[in-house]
Design a protein around this ligand. Structure first.
Ligand SMILES: Nc1nc2c(ncn2[C@@H]2O[C@H](COP(=O)(O)OP(=O)(O)OP(=O)(O)O)[C@@H](O)[C@H]2O)c(=O)[nH]1
Ligand SMILES: [Mg+2]
Length: 282
C-alpha cells in the first residue's frame, strides 16, 4: 500500500477487515485461514469505523504488517499489505532512501495499491493563474527586459511545495525501480463520496486525467512496466464532518455503507481493486 499522508490507506484496510471478519460463507471475500497478526490494530480501527469515527493516523515508522488469509471468489488469496504511514514514505522520498522493510515488501510484491485522497491535492498553478494571483495581490506586472538573477534552488523547499502529483510520480518511479519487474498498480481514489458529492456522474479514470494529468500520463506512458486501473473507493461511506452524517452512517451496515466504482460499474464490493490486481499479475 503506497500513498502520501492521510490518503486513506488505513481506512480501506480496516474496512476490508471489518467486512471480511463478519462475512458469511458465499460472500465474494471471506476469511479462510488463521487470524492475522496485528488483529488489535485492525480491530481498533474497525471499532472506530463502525462508530463512524476516523481511524487514527499510522504512527509506526515501519508500518503495520498485516497478513490476511482470505478466499476471494472461492480462490485462496493471501494478502500481505504493509500499512505504512504516509509520513514515513514522504521522508523516504526526500532522503532518497527507503526503509529496508518497505524496500523488501515492494521487491517481493505482485502489485501495489496506490491511494490518492481527492481532498488533499496540492495542484500546480498554471501560468495564467499565477499572473492573475500576482495581479490580485497588487504586484506590478513582470518586466521581462531585466534578466532575473539566478539562485540555486533549495531542494528540500522545492520538494515540500511540489504538487501532489509530482510526489506520486516520484513514488511510482521508485517502486518500479525496486520491483525490477512488471508491477500492476491499482490506483484507489479514496473518499470517492466527496468526488461524487461534487459531481454525481464522475468516473475514476477521467477524474484522474483531469485532477492529476501528470500521474495519468506517467501511468499511460509506462503501461508495460506499470499496468494500471483506477478505482473510486469510499471506505467510510461519507464525510463524518458533514452535519448529521456520522450518526447516520453509524446506523448503517458497513458492508452496505462502503462504495467502489470501477470500470465495470459501481457497487459495494471493496475487493474489486484486489480482483483486478490478481488478474493483472504477471
Ligand atoms: N469522506 C471520506 N473521508 C475518508 C474516507 N476514507 C478516509 N477518509 C478520511 O481521510 C483521512 C485519512 O485517512 P487514513 O485512512 O488515516 O489515511 P492514511 O493514508 O492511512 O494516513 P497515514 O496513516 O497518515 O499515512 C481521515 O481523516 C479519514 O476520515 C472516505 O471513504 N470518505
Ligand atoms: Mg494510516
Amino acid at each position: 500500500m503506497l500513498g502520501l499522508p492521510t490518503s486513506g490507506k488505513t481506512t480501506y484496510l480496516v474496512a476490508l477487515w471489518a467486512i471480511v471478519k463478519n462475512a458469511e460463507a458465499g460472500k465474494p471475500l471471506t476469511l479462510r485461514g488463521p487470524l492475522p497478526h496485528a488483529t488489535a490494530y485492525l480491530d481498533e480501527g474497525a471499532h472506530r469505523l463502525l462508530a463512524a469515527e476516523a481511524v487514527r493516523r499510522t504512527h509506526r515508522d515501519t508500518g503495520e504488517d498485516v497478513e490476511l488469509d482470505l478466499a476471494l471468489d472461492d480462490e485462496p488469496l493471501v494478502l500481505k499489505p504493509l500499512d505504512i504511514s504516509g509520513e514515513t514514505l514522504e521522508h523516504a522520498m526526500q532522503a532518497r532512501a527507503m526503509p529496508k522493510v518497505v524496500h523488501d515488501r515492494i521487491a517481493g510484491s505482485d502489485g501495489v495499491l496506490l491511494f490518492i485522497q481527492p481532498d488533499k491535492i496540492v495542484r500546480p498553478f498554471t501560468i495564467p493563474e499565477a499572473h492573475r494571483l500576482s495581479q490580485q495581490m497588487g504586484e506590478p506586472p513582470e518586466i521581462d527586459a531585466v534578466p532575473e538573477p539566478l539562485v540555486e534552488p533549495d531542494d528540500a523547499a522545492v520538494r515540500r511545495s511540489a504538487p501532489t502529483a509530482v510526489h506520486i510520480v516520484d513514488m511510482l518511479q521508485v517502486a518500479a525501480s525496486i520491483a525490477r519487474k512488471r508491477l500492476p498498480v491499482a490506483v484507489i481514489v479514496s473518499a470517492w463520496d466527496s468526488v461524487e458529492a461534487a459531481d454525481p456522474d464522475a468516473t475514476p479514470g477521467p477524474w484522474l486525467e483531469r485532477a492529476m494529468p501528470l500521474v495519468a500520463q506517467f501511468l499511460e506512458n509506462n503501461a508495460d512496466e506499470l499496468p494500471h486501473e483506477v478505482f473510486g473507493v469510499s471506505a467510510q461511506g461519507g464525510d463524518y464532518d458533514e452535519p448529521g452524517k456520522a450518526a447516520d452512517l453509524a446506523e448503517q451496515d458497513l458492508a452496505q455503507r462502503v462504495r467502489t466504482v470501477g470500470p465495470a460499474g459501481a457497487g459495494n464490493d471493496l475487493a474489486v481493486p484486489l480482483r483486478w490486481l490478481l488478474q493483472s499479475r504477471a
